[in-house]
Write a protein that binds this ligand. Structure first.
Ligand SMILES: Nc1nc(=O)c2c([nH]1)NC[C@@H]1CN(c3ccc(C(=O)N[C@@H](CCC(=O)O)C(=O)O)cc3)C=[N+]21
Length: 302
């Protein structure tokens, strides 16, 4: 079998078109656009690229968009003061504090200081709890998991009843929330991780295999059940001497060519989950704006 390639760029463009239509309607009723504030502490080049892309998409969607870039020496107190300011700004509906934060800042303290109604990353304990208790009418859901579910749905439809989903990785930002979303769609869910016994054999039982470990090409072709749907959440930059000295390339957590020979559908890296993460950030900002204004919750990618 040769897998169908799940086109995350096209799926992201479709979500962004829905976002744009919702922004126009929101602006017409409320007399203002949704607002997104992105906060970056430090000068990590990868983070700068992501934050710039987010700003570009926010403007294309018609948002009010602001970026706050703080020096790496910023104190936790100063960052908390900025969060308090954007929390209090009525024109800002979404706040994203780019991770990772410098080591002297406690990320959990900062994420918990964000107004849960503006928490477009879905990392605040209130949103984590709402997701875990199935309150999908009120929760803001993390972008990468929400985007991954739209890609899965594009292949398998809305119900995963009778399917075994294996999530490799147990992070708070991807593994745990994606497991919750899969469970809500009636999948039978296993969360595997670095301490799981015989990971390869477990993965081979998966009808839906989600790789979110951050280890380049760890999931091999012979870990994939024939006909499985493979979602590769990893984004790893590795040396690519074949492209020239000092050059790099992006690979996922899945050995793509091997897995694509076995799976029925697979997300590429780049061009898979990554573009959906940014699209869902825009969608979450529109959702937050609607909920804050007492409007019906829009649904994206349905
Ligand atoms: N608070 C917070 N929220 C985040 O959502 C968040 C974060 N911090 N910190 C960093 C990670 C990473 N992340 C990505 C988003 C888009 C692509 C993306 O669009 N990737 C392209 C390739 C981009 C490239 O070429 O480098 C693709 O996969 O096709 C990748 C990674 C969001 N993150």
């Amino acid at each position: 079998m040769t897998a169908r390639i799940i086109d995350g760029k096209a799926a992201a463009a479709a979500v962004l078109a829905e976002v744009k239509a919702r922004v126009d309607a929101f602006r017409a009723t409320k007399g203002r656009p949704p607002g997104l504030a992105v906060v970056l502490v430090g000068e990590d080049p990868a983070s700068q690229v992501y934050v710039r892309n987010k700003g570009r998409e926010a403007e294309a969607a018609g948002f009010r968009s602001e970026q706050h870039t703080l020096p790496v020496t910023t104190s936790q107190a100063d960052l908390l003061a900025l969060v308090a300011r954007v929390n209090a700004d009525p024109g800002i509906d979404g706040i994203l504090v780019q991770l990772p934060l410098p080591k002297d800042i406690d990320a959990e303290t900062v994420l918990t200081a964000i107004d849960p109604a503006k928490d477009v990353d879905g990392f605040h304990p209130v949103n984590v709890g709402l997701l875990g208790s199935g309150a999908t009418d009120r929760a803001l859901v993390p972008c990468t998991p929400a985007g991954s579910m739209i890609l899965i749905e594009s292949v398998l439809g809305p119900s995963l009843a009778g399917k075994h989903a294996v999530v490799v990785g147990r992070s708070n930002i991807v593994g745990k929330p994606i497991a919750q979303l899969l469970l809500q769609r009636d999948a039978t869910v296993t969360i595997a991780h670095s301490r799981t016994a015989d990971l390869a054999a477990l993965c081979r039982q998966a009808d839906v295999l989600v790789a979110a470990v951050g280890r380049p090409e760890m999931v091999r072709g012979d870990w994939v059940k024939p006909g499985a749907v493979v979602i590769d959440v990893g984004i790893n930059r590795i040396p690519a001497p074949e492209k020239g000295e000092g050059k790099t390339r992006l690979v996922g957590d899945v050995a793509y060519a091997e897995a694509a020979a076995v799976a029925s559908a697979i997300t590429p890296v780049p061009g898979g989950v990554g573009p959906m993460t940014i699209a869902l950030l825009m969608a979450n900002t529109v959702t937050a704006a609607h909920l804050r204004e007492g409007l019906a919750r829009p649904r994206f990618g349905a």
